[in-house]
Design a protein around this ligand. Structure first.
Ligand code: HEM
Ligand code: HEM
Length: 142
C-alpha cells in the first residue's frame, strides 16, 4: 500500500519524460525552423495522462501521510516540493489545453508551456530523490 504513491508517480514521470521528448520535436520545428514531424495528438494524450497521474499520485501521497500521522507536510520538503511540482504542471497543463483547443500561429505561449512543463519534469525528478529519502526514513514507521 505504501508503494502505491511511488508507483503511480514513477509511471507518470516516465510518461511526462516521453511527452517532453515529443515536445522537443515541436521546439525544433517552431523555433529552430527544422523540418521535423511533431506528433501532436500523441503528445497531448501522453501529457494529459502524465499530468492527471501526477495529480492523483500526489493526492494519494497526501492521503497516506494524513492517514498515518493525522497531518500532512511533515516529509522534509518532499510535500512542499510536490506542491511546487504540481503548480508547474498546472500552468503547463492549462497552457497546453489552450494550445490544443485553439490552434493558431503562436510563439510565446508554446514557449511558456514548454518551459513550465520542462521545469515540472525536473522538479518531479528531484521529487524522486527526496521521495526515496522519505521512504527510507519513515516507511517502517508508517
Ligand atoms: C508532461 C507534460 C508536457 C510536457 C513536458 C510538454 C512539453 C511541450 C514542449 C517542450 C512543447 C514545445 C513548445 C515550444 O516549441 O515552444 C510542447 C508543445 C505543445 N504541447 Fe505540450 N507538454 C506537456 C503536456 C501537454 C498537455 C497536457 C497538452 C494539452 C492538453 C499539451 C499540448 C501541447 C501543444 C498543443 C503543443 C504545440 C504548440 C504549438 O504548436 O503551438 N502539452 N509541449
Ligand atoms: C517515484 C518518486 C517518489 C517517491 C519514491 C515518493 C515517496 C513518497 C513517500 C514515501 C511519501 C510518504 C507517503 C506515502 O508513501 O504515500 C510521499 C508523500 C508525498 N509525495 Fe511523494 N514520492 C515520489 C514522487 C512524488 C512526486 C513526483 C510528487 C508530486 C508531483 C510527490 C508528492 C508527494 C506529496 C504531496 C506527498 C505528501 C507529503 C506530505 O504530506 O508531507 N511525490 N512520497
Amino acid at each position: 500500500m505504501l508503494l502505491l504513491h511511488p508507483i503511480i508517480q514513477g509511471v507518470s514521470i516516465a510518461l511526462a519524460l516521453s511527452a517532453l521528448l515529443l515536445g522537443l520535436q515541436r521546439v525544433r520545428s517552431l523555433h529552430l525552423q527544422q523540418q521535423v514531424r511533431f506528433r501532436r495528438n500523441v503528445h497531448v494524450r501522453l501529457g494529459m495522462v502524465a499530468v492527471g497521474g501526477l495529480l492523483i499520485g500526489a493526492g494519494v501521497g497526501l492521503a497516506m501521510t494524513r492517514y498515518a500521522w493525522g497531518r500532512s507536510f511533515m516529509t522534509m520538503g518532499h510535500g512542499v516540493g510536490g506542491m511546487i511540482t504540481l503548480s508547474l504542471f498546472l500552468v503547463g497543463g492549462a497552457t497546453g489545453w489552450i494550445l490544443y483547443r485553439k490552434p493558431k500561429k503562436r510563439s510565446w505561449l508554446p514557449a511558456v508551456h514548454g518551459v513550465a512543463n520542462a521545469a515540472g519534469v525536473l522538479s518531479a525528478l528531484h521529487q524522486v530523490s527526496t521521495g526515496i529519502e522519505v521512504y527510507r526514513t519513515f516507511a517502517t514507521g508508517l
